[in-house]
Design a protein. Sequence first.
Length: 260
Amino acid sequence: MTVQHRPGFARALRESHRILIGTWVKIPSLETVEILAIAGFDFVVIDMEHAPLDLQSAYAATVVAQGAGMHVLVRVPDRSGSHIQRMLDSGVDGILVPRVETPAAAAAAARAMTFSPSGDRGNGSTSRAGGWGSVELEAYLRSGDGLLRAVQVEHLDGLALAHEILDVPGLNGVFLGMGDLQLSSGLRSDDTIIDSAVDHLLDHALERGIPVGTAVQTPEQVEAASDRGFAFVMASNDTGILRSGATSLVSDIHRRLRSL
């Protein structure tokens, strides 16, 4: 048997007739992950770049999320590749490598996520990804085809090279980091320069059949992302959902008490 009970995330993106909806996991709590599954998210992204999550907490969250029926992506801390092998051995459904702005950096990331000899990923067939050695080697190696191997493009320089980045062998996903794109460019998300650069990315990705993801905050923004051609989106995050729900609850209580 295999530990992954659902089709690979790359395949799920290809076969879905709608945008896939996920959220970020930033809290090192298994209960939070389970609640997100009950809420109905298609996937979660374990955030090791901007949250205090270590390998053990990311591993545990992966097991719980997949057991609850969600796909699991991991945003690794940086583009050094130090965490990629171990998270893939943990059985995740895909990896996001942050701050990739050149074809060379994209190629290094893709190789780290691709089995040798095409890439640099080693044989971890006795790990969770290989069902603790219960999966035949050929089947284990084929499972790598279903992984989302994605890079995050978060700078105008990277968007200008989108056509070259998207041609990198082994790469089958791209994530648009709008927050850092605005920060690095000093421009608003609706600026015509950013708009044009994002259209450039989406057009070239569509030509190649490569799904593009992004992160937003509201249902209205999810709808807009879907209309624009994004294939997967992270809506808010566990901390934001908790903060928003708690704030709304307390505000409503105070409003009702004042009316008495």
